[in-house]
Design a protein around this ligand. Structure first.
Ligand code: GLN
Length: 199
């Protein structure tokens, strides 16, 4: 199977490793630039995007990681990982940076206090076999996206029924507001691994 890195600066690294391994991938924890070499894909886990941003800068990983993404490394970000892949961040900390790559504007902690954390069954484009049980934990949403971004899933806000994009794909980049790694459903990881062909 493909060799998939899991960014292991902070967050739910082990849950992603478990999901990827169950799908037939080999995983490698990525904490420094040298560990990016030879990867077929990279997962950016859920956690705290401000902490991951800070650690990536302190360790010197930020520059090489941005370069790898720009060079076409397939990547999947869940929750904080979605924030880190966004070209534009709304409601970030004042000095907070992202790695970029995805042509989206993502609003951090977007769902607000009433729906801080919630679960919903969502139909996801490209995922056969019925809805995905999606776990949202202080999740972001995609507020705007460019023309090359495909919205894979949206969720309706309880307040007014309007919808927000919570799963997107642009070429070999994918991101979800929710945490498939927190459930036993491996279909989102399997979908991502379709982009991680052995090189
Ligand atoms: N709210 C977190 C952040 O801003 C993301 C939460 C999560 O990954 N579950 O990074």
């Amino acid at each position: 199977g493909p060799l998939v890195g899991v960014l292991a600066l902070q967050g739910d690294v082990v849950d992603h490793e478990r999901a990827l391994t169950a799908c037939g991938a080999t995983t490698r924890r990525v904490r420094r630039a040298a560990e990016l070499a030879g990867l077929d894909g990279l997962v950016l886990p859920g956690g705290e995007s401000t902490a991951i941003d800070t650690l990536a800068r302190v360790t010197g990983l930020r520059g090489p990681l941005r370069a790898a993404l720009a060079a076409g490394l397939p990547a999947y970000g869940s929750c904080a990982g979605m924030i880190l892949l966004a070209a534009e961040l709304l409601d970030g900390r004042p000095d907070q940076q992202t790695f970029g790559g995805l042509d989206v504007a993502v609003r951090r902690n977007a769902f607000g206090r009433q729906t801080d954390s919630f679960e919903a069954d969502l139909d996801v484009c490209g995922v056969p076999g019925g809805p995905v049980h999606a776990v949202f934990i202080r999740a972001p949403w995609v507020e705007r996206s460019g023309p090359s971004v495909e919205v894979l899933a949206s969720v309706a806000l309880p307040a007014d029924g309007t919808t927000r994009a919570v799963a997107v794909r642009q070429g070999v980049l994918m991101a979800t507001s929710f945490h498939p790694e927190a459930t036993a459903d491996r279909r989102l990881h399997a979908l991502f691994l379709e982009s991680c062909v052995r090189r």
